[in-house]
Design a binder for this molecule. Sequence first.
Ligand code: DGJ
Length: 547
Amino acid sequence: MKKHLITIFLAFCLLSAEAQKITNTIPRLVKVGSDTQLWVDNKPYMILGGELGNSSASNTEYMKPIWPKLKKMNVNTIFTPVYWELMEPVESKFDFKLLDDQIVNARKNSIKLALLWFGSWKNSMSCYAPEWVKTNTARFPRSEDANGVKQEILSPFSKNNLAADKRAFVALMQHLKNIDGLQHTVIAVQVENEIGMLPDARDHNPAANTAFGQAVPAQLMDYLKKNKDQLLPETKELWSNNGYKTNGTWDEVFGKSPATDEAFMAWYFAVYTNEITLAGKATYNLPMYVNAALNAPGKKPGKYPSAGPLPHVMDIWRAGATAINIFAPDFYNPNFKHWDDLYTRQNNPLFIPEIRFEPGVEAKAFFAFGNYNCISFSPFSIESTQKPEKEPIGKAYHILDQLRPLVFKYHPQGNVRGFYFDKDTVTQKRDTAAQKTTLGNYTLKVTHEFNLGWSADAKNSAWPQTGAIVIAVDPDEYYVAGTGIVITFESVTPGKRAGFISVDEGNFINNKWIPQRRMNGDQDHQGRHVRIPVGEYGIQHVKLYTY
Ligand code: DGJ
């Protein structure tokens, strides 16, 4: 009997040690200074990612030739959909085969996964809802436009819709915990995909209309009152329209307008998504985020997928979706910096699950990791390339992967900068302006390499996008990496001039700097500047002195 008890006790200890291991090492977000880092297996992790085209992960055979492509591009993480219709083809009968295959193959290739839950909504629509949901509109009601026309968009005002999605999502997270709770191949989960309302700014089905006629929920009113001084300018504008009212219906508090309709919808999308997220996290607590299709400026709510986690309704999402860790932008429109700036307000880390896979995307990657507290970068339909070994993004990832430890150490200290040269916003041709920053003992002036006028291509009307990341590891010592840039240094000490002690090209191998060419003479313009030509990708180690 005693022996038995001891065995039971030992088994219990072992089990709780296992459970402990799961909770201790589960991928999570960690605050380091003012930065938020994603930690995987107790170490900071940089997502050098790629999102799969929507249908690639629906067939394991189809994925076979894709894995080697990803390796050739130095992708360390893929964003891969989990399709509700294929995961729960019959109500309550779950089929995880596709996901299991994906996880096995990801492990074989040492690639991590971020899962995209294509549940109630995918790009506004509900095209991934299973047949038993789609065909039973009485049980699973649809959103309606202002004329009462039903849309293929599940209404967030239906408890049945929420319950069905939530149950499937919890089953997914439970399965994930069972098969991946120790190995952590899956490091993050996106809840839904590009939530948005069309063709009007809000749902007009009967339940939505009832909610619209009721008072603005106390939870939102409380958030607005409590955070009045820190609200985003867009929220202040909306709330001030009708004189900062603190109770009443949506129209009474915010005034009758499409912006009010959008705010209303954003709230109900947020609380619906939050409930799914909460239930999923209670099962297996991975970092979870939501993504948004950016709106074209100037268009009225309803004319773009409205009420998703967009900058102008971010406070509403923040108030309603408290379980969501990150609000993420999908980039398919210009003005990269503008949107990055909007998404990094209120300490939201920059997490890019999707960006158009096009020339210049690599320049944006250098800028994103240098200029922001960026956790993830990931071109969409990454597998579509025919020449993975030649892709500039692969070259950029090779460099960023080497710089990871330095970025994690020096970014929270404020010693990392990013630079990006786009087309000139006025002429749409050349970004000729210099960008200046003070870092360490020097002011750096960074320009597009074509400003030198040395390359015959510089005469072409359009210049390629270029970018760089600069890390000060000491006040007189930097690592500069990127493509198509020139940097000059000025001493911050009045009356002193700056000179190079050395400029070396090289690589970090196993975290150790291995210098290769000494970049003197023509390569550093006889000691005048650091240069990485257009079309080349590299890291240079720069040491300076003053005289
Ligand atoms: C954004 C969506 O989130 C993706 O799933 C995909 O549909 C792309 N747009 C296509 O451009």
